[in-house]
Write a protein that binds this ligand. Sequence first.
Ligand SMILES: [Zn+2]
Length: 402
Amino acid sequence: MMAWFPNATPAVLERAKKIKLVLTDCDGVLTDGGCYYSQNGEELKRFSLRDGMGIERLRLLADIETGFVTKEKTGFVKARAAKLRLSEVHLGVEDKGITIEEIAQERGLSLSEIAFMGDDVNDLPALMKAGLAACPEDSAPSVLEAAHFVSSNRGGHGAFRELAELILFAQGHAPAGEQGRQGQVFSEPRQDVLLYSRKIWKAGLVAASAGNVSARIPGTNLLAITPAAIPYDVMTAQQIAIVDVDSGELVDCPWPPSSELYMHLAIYRQRPGVGAVIHTHSPCVSVLSVLRKPLPPIIDEMIAYLGGTVEVADYAFTGTRELARSAVSGLAERAGVILANHGNVCVGKTLPMALQAALTMETGARVYLESLRLGQPVLLPAESLAAGRTMYEHRIGKNVAD
Ligand SMILES: [Zn+2]
């Protein structure tokens, strides 16, 4: 079996493949079962942040929610559940077997689609019903006996994380920290993507962790893309995700890839000549995006760098396949498109070219908005549009859609 899950059998992976909801006991699974007392007698618990990351990865990578089903009803469980934004929180539960049946019914799931992790005898009724019954390695003997999968880690020390990674692996997501195919680490493309992420951040085109950057990895069918929800000032090259362009398979993703992965994949699939994609929320472009106003080429360089009037793609919610589709059609063969009520996407043969497009679009949008305030902007004459278009085609390669 894979080194990450020493106790998993093919039968366990089959069970893990079906899971759509993960429920867990709290004390003894997410904590080590012990407790600390503060000076004023308050009970303190230690939760593993690695387990929290497992919950986050299940949600982001596989759309699998996690919930607590526990006998405890003390503040620490509530606080932890709130921090982890859990959708199912069942406290003070006497019969966990009944509770998981109720949850299954309410969510329209079969019990085979629910995993349960518990460590003690009061977890047995739920463990007997769950499609995948799991427990930490230091569980009660009867629980070890009943579980399909015994984690090789102890409660509060990564037992839950191992279950989360097992489910993700069974469902086709690369385990965290796994090296890419043939052990490649792709450090150069990762460094490049990180560098250009920092550039869009420093140029004020995005704030915090907004926007995203990707590039094709030359000689492969892979792309490197920024991770989800990590602010640019603390992002590291190792966190950049490696994804297969055709299949969308997460080849090496120590962290979930950007939530706009679909959009990047859709653009690369449609435009083989595109080597880099940059999505920003740059301020003046965002104003146009809210006005749903296309940006005409009003400065000479705009047509050369962007390829023509920047259109506004139909609105779709962030991160959806629908947004991916509308971005691709709004982009057509140009170097940039405005995303309605959102921001923009810019493309280029290389990262510097995609950045150039993003900077040119923001500058153009600022000039356009300012000039609209003062009067009616004069558009470029037809000869300039033609000359700029020739420059654009020359830059991007004659047959831009190929
Ligand atoms: Zn965005």
